[in-house]
Design a protein around this ligand. Structure first.
Ligand code: ADP
Ligand code: ADP
Ligand code: MG
Length: 650
């Protein structure tokens, strides 16, 4: 086994690789960009090397710097994760030329599968069924249009260099062909610098079913069964599962045999995935599946396979890369139970899945798996970390396993409902809606399911009275207690010193909700809005997060965000400089020991504030001249400026 490896990636996949390496006693080197200096993968690794600025072109795609980092730290091998340099054969050549080991397939295998058209020609020769279509060299529009007509509409135009669903256009009739072709070419040119395309039959009721394969350097190749990734949005995977629902023994046998044949045809070593498209219009039939492409790397969704086979695929990658034989034979690889993975992203499903950024002020994942299930949370972030604009906005992957599909699916729903994220919008509610969809529940999935139901899956019900009341109460309290560990007890604390009531303005989307919060003698609260009075009982059970100028109330998998104008920010707007003193909490100005014009020294008591039944001495934070000071007997709210210094001194 290696003694030290470098991981040329970031985020959850870097963390996931480090975990296995550590278990095997392999030391790890992380690489990081400016934006990732304080990130989890850096904290987890034994060593870390800074490789450049935040944009990927200046760091994670800089092959030279990554290789130099490996040599400088004495790493023997490089794990590429997925994305970035993972499917770049020139990088593999460079790594090998430097005497290092690339943890993945050979450059030749990657090249063989790198372009979809060449890969299809190769697979046809190897006897693997490929999607009927045109995948030749010639690219003139008349020829392509003729081929499309021969294939029969609808057709799919695909960038041969494509990935991540880019450069792809479905065309339903010949009139639209030319426009769709230009669109696909433009997108392909921009994304991959290659505008060549292939044209395929658009498969009816398509299901995306892929087979995990694994090869070693001794000529062995096995499969680890299939994953179903049909739950897609714009050709991108949303929830994946293993095994495929409704899989028949005949289709599984045909698909896994074809996958192993494909891997062997290119002498494949390491983890790879053969993606097939399946026509499910007449159910799953053994002669209705076709090769789409091979991903010559570890997939994002590999954990579902690990859950149903008990194999650690990263461990296998490391073993195979240092020359060991595959740890198991085909007969020893068994399928057990059912697993799902949901990809949690910072994106706004209600706004066309617009990617979002933000600081994850509040981040709670379920602590344990729901009864009867096991769970794995794969993440590269902690509470307080930021989703930056530089990288993929994935926050985490929620992975669950149960004895059967129903158990696993209900575990997924529970896990999503227990997930709390505030500080950025997320797709948690969308994932929960999909997991709860009746067609998804019966396993009647195809790649069009999400598109057909998009409106229903992305509609979030307006916040109810209970949620608004909870938010108003939390907002009333927001500047007084900042202990996030027990929101409710701090809310109750509010009642002990707050006589009377307090007005609150909450921003919910475009609307502003005015509320009045009144503490009751029994420890509960009444929250009055235009819609009436809602009473909240004292006691726990409220799931909420307070973060700068916001409150988020969680209800199931939905996080309702409310904007709360920050009194401290207002004080700043009013011209309070950094050196001025503001009330840390609402209270009564009891004694004033200074006056405007007086020169004071650091630490000198200036006034006494009574709050929470206690007296707090407010002292000068620095030497200076008082410009203005609060008057005795004044009732102040948190953030009110108590002492203003003469500008030049502060
Ligand atoms: P997979 O085919 O493994 O399921 P997807 O098709 O969803 O993965 O994503 C494909 C590509 O998206 C990845 O290979 C990678 O290029 C990119 N990608 C997704 N997430 C990340 C990430 N966190 N870091 C880098 N690249 C990513
Ligand atoms: P990428 O490299 O972008 O992942 P793929 O060839 O794997 O490209 O296709 C991505 C997705 O597009 C598939 O998962 C599937 O949903 C859809 N798709 C691809 N080919 C076809 C086809 N011939 N018919 C119907 N859907 C297809
Ligand atoms: Mg694909």
């Amino acid at each position: 086994m290696f003694s030290k490896i470098l991981i040329a990636n970031r985020g959850e996949i870097a963390c996931r690789v480090i975990r296995t390496a550590r278990r095997l006693g392999v030391a790890t080197v992380a690489v990081y960009s400016d934006a990732d200096a304080a990130s989890l993968h850096v904290a987890m690794a034994d060593e870390a090397v800074h490789i450049g600025a935040s944009p990927v072109g200046e760091s994670y795609l800089k092959a030279d710097r990554i290789i130099a980092a490996a040599k400088q730290t004495g790493a023997e091998a490089i794990h590429p994760g997925y994305g970035f340099l993972s499917e770049n054969p020139d990088f593999v050549d460079q790594v090998t030329a430097e005497g290092l080991i690339f943890i993945g397939p050979s450059a030749a295998s990657i090249r063989a599968m790198g372009l979809k058209d060449a890969a299809k020609r190769l697979m046809e020769k190897a006897g693997v069924p490929v999607v009927p279509g045109y995948h030749g060299e010639a690219q003139d529009i008349v020829l392509l249009a003729t081929k499309a007509r021969e294939i029969g509409y609808p057709v799919l135009i695909k960038a041969r260099a494509g990935g991540g669903g880019k450069g792809m256009r479905r065309v339903d009739n010949p009139d639209d062909f030319s426009e769709a072709l230009s669109g696909a070419r433009r997108e392909a040119k921009a994304a991959f610098g290659d505008d060549r395309v292939l044209v395929e039959k658009y498969v009816d009721k398509p299901r995306h079913i892929e087979v995990q394969v694994f090869g070693d350097n001794l000529g062995n190749a096995v499969h680890l069964y299939e994953r179903d990734c049909s739950a897609q949005r714009r050709h991108q995977k949303v929830i994946e599962e293993a095994p495929a629902p409704g899989m028949t023994p005949a289709l599984r046998k045909a698909m896994t045999e074809a996958a192993v044949k494909a891997a062997k045809a290119i002498h494949y070593s390491g983890a790879g995935t053969i993606e097939f498209i399946v026509d499910a219009s007449q159910g799953l039939k053994a002669d209705r599946f076709w090769f789409m492409e091979m991903n010559t790397r570890l997939q994002v969704e590999h954990p579902v396979t690990e859950m149903v086979t008990g194999v650690d695929l990263v461990e296998w990658q490391l073993r195979v890369a240092c020359g060991e034989k595959l740890p198991k034979t085909q007969d020893e690889i068994k399928l057990s139970g059912h697993a799902f993975e949901a990809r949690l992203y910072a994106e706004d499903a209600t706004k066309g899945f617009l990617p979002a950024i933000g600081t994850l002020h509040h981040l709670r994942f379920p602590e344990r798996a729901p009864a009867g299930a096991t769970m794995r949370i794969e993440t590269g972030v902690r509470q307080g970390d930021a989703i930056s604009p530089y990288y993929d906005p994935m926050i985490a992957k929620l992975v669950v396993h149960g004895n059967d599909r129903g158990t696993a699916l209900s575990a997924l729903e529970t896990a999503l409902a227990e997930t709390e994220i505030a500080g950025s919008v997320t797709n948690t509610a969308f994932l929960a809606a999909l997991a709860g969809d009746p067609d998804f529940a019966t396993g009647d999935v195809d790649t069009g399911l999400i598109g057909r139901k998009q409106d229903a899956l992305t509609t979030v019900p307006a916040p109810g009275e209970e949620i608004i009341a909870t938010a108003a109460l939390a907002a009333a309290d927001v500047a007084e207690y900042r202990d996030p560990s027990d929101p409710w007890s701090s809310l109750v604390g509010y009642a002990h010193f707050h006589v009377g009531s307090r007005s609150i303005a909450l921003k919910s989307g475009e609307a502003t909700i005015s509320a009045r919060v009144t503490a009751r003698i029994d420890g509960g609260f009444d929250v009055a809005t235009d819609h009436g009075v809602h009473s909240l009982r004292a006691g726990g059970g409220k799931r909420l997060a307070r973060w700068p100028e916001h409150v988020t109330v969680f209800s199931g998998a939905t996080g309702y965000n409310f904007g709360v104008p920050d009194p401290l920010a207002k004080a700043d707007d009013a011209g309070a400089g950094a050196g001025n003193l503001r009330a840390p909490m609402p209270g009564l100005v009891k004694v004033v020991r200074s006056a405007p014009g007086e020169v004071v020294i650091k630490g000198q008591p200036l006034l006494i504030l009574e709050a929470m039944k206690m007296e707090h001495t407010i002292a000068a934070p620095h030497d200076g001249t008082i410009a203005e000071i609060a008057v005795e007997g004044a009732q102040v709210t948190d953030g009110t400026v108590l002492v203003r210094f003469v500008e030049a001194d502060s």
